[in-house]
Design a binder for this molecule. Structure first.
Ligand SMILES: NC(=O)c1ccc[n+]([C@@H]2O[C@H](COP(=O)([O-])OP(=O)(O)OC[C@H]3O[C@@H](n4cnc5c(N)ncnc54)[C@H](O)[C@@H]3O)[C@@H](O)[C@H]2O)c1
Length: 748
């Protein structure tokens, strides 16, 4: 321990707190001079708040932010930095200053739960200004993540020194916000308008190397102690009397045709971030940086930030940000539940889903055994997989070496003995219960006794599938979405007897392949497809009542859905829904209603299965996926309406949205009541990530809360009066929440 308290720069946090506990309890703010046992120079430590202290490393003052685990910018961090700046400014013995964060990361943003509330203490803008105003060089020592407010504070420093592994970014746009601590004003002055808007508009971080190229950092250091490197850099700057670079005093970049540049950036952002307000406000703020003095630009930024902070879009995106993290928390399953090791994966069936699932595991580095039932089918599957790998190589997403590894990682076979050593197998054969039960009986026989047996069924009863084995505790649903190597959602479906460690393992595994797992209970369609049924039902009823497929799709795309329901049906294949209805009809669980699925069933009868037959609700030119209106479909709809006695009328876009979206909310409420979903946020995560529900609306539950549950209830009741109670009886949960003046959010 003899280095502790010396001016050496390699001390760890653990060592520091050990000394501190003896000499200057953290709870007592103040100043302590620590003499060292080795007789080296004394280290003066001043506690400015419970998360910030200042130290003297010789003539270099170091401000240390120490707010584990990620140095979130809490009020005590801002106030502490401000106080340290005052102290170090006044100390003439201090020749330069370093802003450093303990642990492994620089500040990576504020706690988003504090947004929307009145800020306490100093603001990030004030901190950046205070650092910038210092009359001695200030160096930010960057490592780990320097994101959001963290990067804005670093921009207030005169110089930035980054560890080579640092990621730097302004991700506020992902929360429906713009940087609000001066970032929109300082960044363009440093890196130019285009690079600044690339970072602010995309929210994507850049590497240290890229930051150096852009001029965002001044020095990148290879894996050495970042504090030591920054202190050495600060010393150099002081010794060379390098002029201080205060970005607020730097002239804004001169852009020859600003309007043209901003409008081309805007059209790009309108495409990549459809329907989002924040990227457009970012452009407005950056325009102010270039066209108005710094302090006016800051005021513009503050005004735009406040507008966004109180917008429904930002509330929705913040909700999703938290919900996507909360899904991993499993009620009733302790976080330390032991999990099974999954090192090898098997996939049965190499059709649309099996291929994608095999790719998802392979791309994440797991070896996969893929089994088809005959050589020609296997060949087709392996060729399709090879095409995807070749595409990734061609686009430069992977190297030739990675390509070779990926090709080698999926082994094809036509015999299930290939599963003799797998730890988990996923079945993706046709959606047919008898077939799936046969496959599971085989899997039980062939797979090792510790292996997890999963099914990718879209809607079938997991317990009935598990019942085909003698080990139902090892059986679980892993419902991937198409294309499975791209779509991030996986519903993890728990059967009646699924073991706790199997659930915990499945959730962890899904996360490890960079997907979002949402735990669902076992019922027809689980969470997502069960809700989809009502949405699709109304989308078709509206056709009988007078809307065209394109009007329905257009209205819902206008609402923000990634695709309209009819175009989506055509893409997925209308035969899939038709098969589901046949099954439910046989089981007696289909509503007693001749209108139910009638148009889609007729289209399937005509061989119009969707895109794969170049005709469904729309027609398609050979090789094209653009849906074109088809008079044959219009005639069919009219004939069916006549046959079923449905009076046709003008349908408004507003009615289309309400008729399709409110059943989602009503069904979701029943799903919650039955415990099929753990919480409303989980349902939102499913619909945003699996069904193209607009992120900026936060998912059906968040949308219901924003609309007001009383309004939702009133419309459900009105539709019930018009169309009968069969589909429109409000879920008791909605009635209860309205009576209590509560929201879905209170159940998260
Ligand atoms: N297509 C989707 O969008 C989607 C989405 C989620 C879940 N699912 C579900 O995934 C499963 C597979 O769907 P799909 O769209 O990939 O079907 P698909 O028809 O494209 O592929 C099924 C494959 O299974 C193979 N197969 C059949 N019996 C087999 C056996 N005994 N052994 C090995 N291989 C066998 C077939 O040869 C075929 O290649 C179904 O349960 C479906 O409900 C589909």
């Amino acid at each position: 321990m003899d280095r502790v308290g010396s001016t050496g720069e390699g001390r760890t946090r653990a060592m520091y707190s050990f000394v501190c506990k003896r000499s200057c309890p953290l709870s007592t703010l103040g100043r302590a001079t620590l003499a060292t046992s080795a007789g080296t120079q004394a280290l003066v430590v001043t506690e400015h708040s419970e998360t910030v202290r200042s130290e003297r490393h010789g003539e270099i003052g170091v401000i240390v932010v120490d707010n584990p685990p990620v140095n979130a910018i809490a009020p005590s961090v801002r106030d502490g930095i401000y106080s340290a700046v005052q102290e170090l400014s006044a100390d003439e013995a201090v020749g330069a200053v370093v802003l450093h964060c303990a642990g492994s990361t620089f500040m990576a943003g504020a706690d988003i739960r504090g947004l929307g509330a009145r800020p306490t203490g100093r603001t990030t803008t004030e901190i950046s200004a205070a650092l910038e105003a210092m009359r001695k060089p200030v160096v930010a020592a960057l490592q780990g993540n320097a994101l959001g407010g963290g990067l804005e504070i670093a921009l207030g420093c005169h110089f930035r020194c980054a560890h080579s592994g640092t990621r730097l970014g302004l991700p506020e746009v992902n929360l429906g916000l713009i940087p609000g601590g001066g970032g929109t004003q300082r960044l363009p002055r440093l890196v130019g308008v285009e690079a600044a808007l690339q970072m602010i508009g995309s929210g994507k971080p850049v590497t240290a190397a890229e930051a150096l190229r852009l001029g965002l950092v001044d020095r990148v250091v290879e894996p050495v102690d970042i504090l030591a490197a920054a202190v050495a850099y600060a010393r150099e700057l002081r010794d060379a009397a390098v002029p201080l670079r205060r970005l607020s005093e730097v002239a804004p970049p001169s852009v020859p045709d600003l309007d043209a540049l901003l409008s081309s950036i805007e059209s790009g952002l309108r495409r990549t971030r459809k329907g989002e307000q924040a990227p457009l406000k970012a452009i407005e703020a950056v325009r102010a940086a270039v066209t108005t003095p710094f302090h006016e630009g800051l005021a513009t930024e503050a005004r735009l930030f406040a507008e966004l902070e109180n917008s429904s879009q930002s509330r929705a995106l913040r909700h999703l940000f938290l919900a996507e993290r909360q899904v991993a928390k499993l009620r009733g399953i302790p976080v330390d539940t032991p999990v099974r090791a999954v090192r090898r994966v098997g996939v049965v069936g190499g059709g649309t889903m099996g291929r994608g699932i095999a790719l998802a595991f392979c791309n994440a580095g797991l070896p996969v055994a893929l089994v088809e039932n005959e050589p020609a089918a296997l060949e087709r599957a392996m060729a399709a997989i090879a095409d995807v790998h070749a595409g990734a190589l061609g686009k430069g997403r992977i190297t030739a070496g990675q390509h070779a590894e990926r090709i080698a990682r999926i082994r094809g076979a036509t015999d299930m003995s290939a599963f003799a050593e797998v730890d988990l197998v996923i079945e993706a054969v046709f959606e047919d219960m008898a077939l799936k039960r046969r496959v599971f009986a085989d899997l039980e026989r062939i797979c090792p006794s510790h292996a997890i047996l999963a099914t990718n069924t879209s809607a079938l009863d997991i317990d009935a599938i598990a019942g085909a084995t003698g080990r139902p505790q090892d059986v679980i649903g892993l419902h991937f979405f198409s294309p499975a190597h791209i779509m991030r959602l996986v519903e993890v479906v728990q059967g009646r007897q699924t073991a706790t460690d199997v659930i915990a393992t499945a959730m962890k595994l899904v996360k490890s392949i960079d997907k979002i797992g949402v735990l669902a209970g076992n019922c027809d369609g689980f969470i997502g497809n069960r809700m989809l049924a009502g949405y699709r039902r109304e989308a078709e009823f509206l056709l009988l009542e007078g809307a065209s497929p394109q009007q329905v799709d257009h209205a819902l795309v206008g609402f923000g859905m990634a695709m309209g329901p009819h175009a989506m049906g055509d893409m997925a294949g209308l035969d899939i829904g038709a098969a589901g209805r046949r099954r439910r009809r046989a089981e007696g669980t289909l509503p007693d209603d001749p209108r139910f699925g009638v148009i889609a069933d007729k289209l399937v009868e005509l061989g119009r299965l969707g895109q794969k037959t170049s005709a469904g609700f729309y027609r398609y030119q050979p090789g094209s996926r653009d849906p074109l209106p088809d008079s044959e479909v219009a005639d069919l709809i009219e004939q069916e309406a006549l046959r079923l006695g449905v009076t046709r009328r003008q349908v408004s876009d507003e009615e289309i949205v309400e008729r399709c979206v409110y059943p989602l909310i009503n069904e979701a409420a029943r799903i919650l009541e039955e415990g099929i979903a753990q919480r409303p946020g989980d349902i939102d995560v499913v619909w945003v990530n699996g069904y193209g529900f607009p992120r900026v609306r936060g998912g059906p539950m968040q949308f219901a809360d924003e609309t007001g549950l009383a309004r939702v209830l009133e419309r459900l009741q009105q539709f019930g009066r018009q169309h009968g109670p069969l589909y429109w009886t409000p879920a008791p949960l909605i009635e209860r929440l309205v009576a209590e003046n509560a929201t879905f959010a209170t159940l998260n």
